[in-house]
Design a protein around this ligand. Structure first.
Ligand SMILES: [Ca+2]
Length: 256
């Protein structure tokens, strides 16, 4: 885990003319073998055929984000649910393939409390990057399961998951590969965030995701990258200005 601190101009603070807040970023790698269902479980624990720690999700100590209520995610890479990539191609962290009940044979609203740290079920797509906030010392009642099957459910700008409620992260952008950063509200009492891949079990998955977890008091969510169309327009505009200037210089300085 590589922890780095950067100064980030936080939008509202900057616009109001106050000093920009500092934001923290932690970089992690989430392997395809990381089962979210083993969040906060000790070594030797098993869930849906997988075992901690070799299939454990990536744990992030939220101390790095103390006092910063929001998280954002910058995600790259691909994973597959099976080593047979011809049958199961690598897909984006937004997921792909068949829809599934992520909690095995139970439905949305079901739970895994029999063998997990009281996690909710989730209805999503294979290989989605998912997360769950935990209070590692105190288990809460199992929350309601969430449904991220239809595209509209994944295109939020801000999301507020509960403790132990498994939620969709994907590539961290409103669209798939495009759009603004999505902002996640850290629930009260959370001291750890776990990151894993959505699968029903048997995490023989391949590939990995590079994930930058950012935290900020007022995160800038607009991706500060000019898209291609805008760059073309700016280029055309600049050429037009240069051409106008050149033609002006070629004219006689004065007719009078
Ligand atoms: Ca997305």
């Amino acid at each position: 885990m590589n922890k780095r601190l950067i100064a980030v101009a936080c939008g509202l603070a900057t616009s109001l003319g106050v000093a920009p807040a500092s934001a923290a970023i932690i970089d992690v790698v989430v392997p395809g073998t990381a089962s979210i269902w083993l969040a906060n479980m000790p070594d030797g624990a098993t869930a849906l055929g997988d075992t901690a720690p070799q299939n454990s999700p990536i744990a992030i100590d939220l101390a790095f984000a103390t006092g910063l209520p929001f998280l954002t995610f910058s995600v790259s890479g691909q994973t597959s649910c099976d080593p047979d990539l011809a049958a199961y191609p690598l897909v984006s962290p937004d997921g792909g393939g068949n829809a599934l009940f992520g909690c095995g044979d139970t439905s949305v609203g079901g739970n895994l409390e029999e063998f997990t740290f009281g996690l909710s079920g989730i209805y999503g797509q294979l290989q989605q990057l998912v997360g769950v906030f935990i209070n590692s010392s105190e288990q809460q009642p199992v929350p309601e399961g969430l449904d991220f099957i239809s595209p509209g459910t994944r295109q939020f700008t801000e999301f507020s998951p509960l403790l132990q409620q498994v939620f969709f992260i994907g590539d961290g952008l409103v669209g798939t590969g495009v759009g603004d950063l999505q902002r996640f509200v850290v629930p009260s009492g959370a001291d750890r965030l776990y990151l894993g891949i959505l699968d029903q079990g048997n995490y023989n998955n391949v590939g990995s995701l590079a994930v930058g977890v950012g935290s900020c008091s007022d995160c800038v969510v607009q991706v500060p990258i000019l898209d291609t169309a805008l760059l073309v327009l700016l280029g055309v505009g600049l050429l037009a200005l240069l051409s106008l200037e050149a033609s002006r210089k070629l004219r006689p300085a004065s007719c009078g």
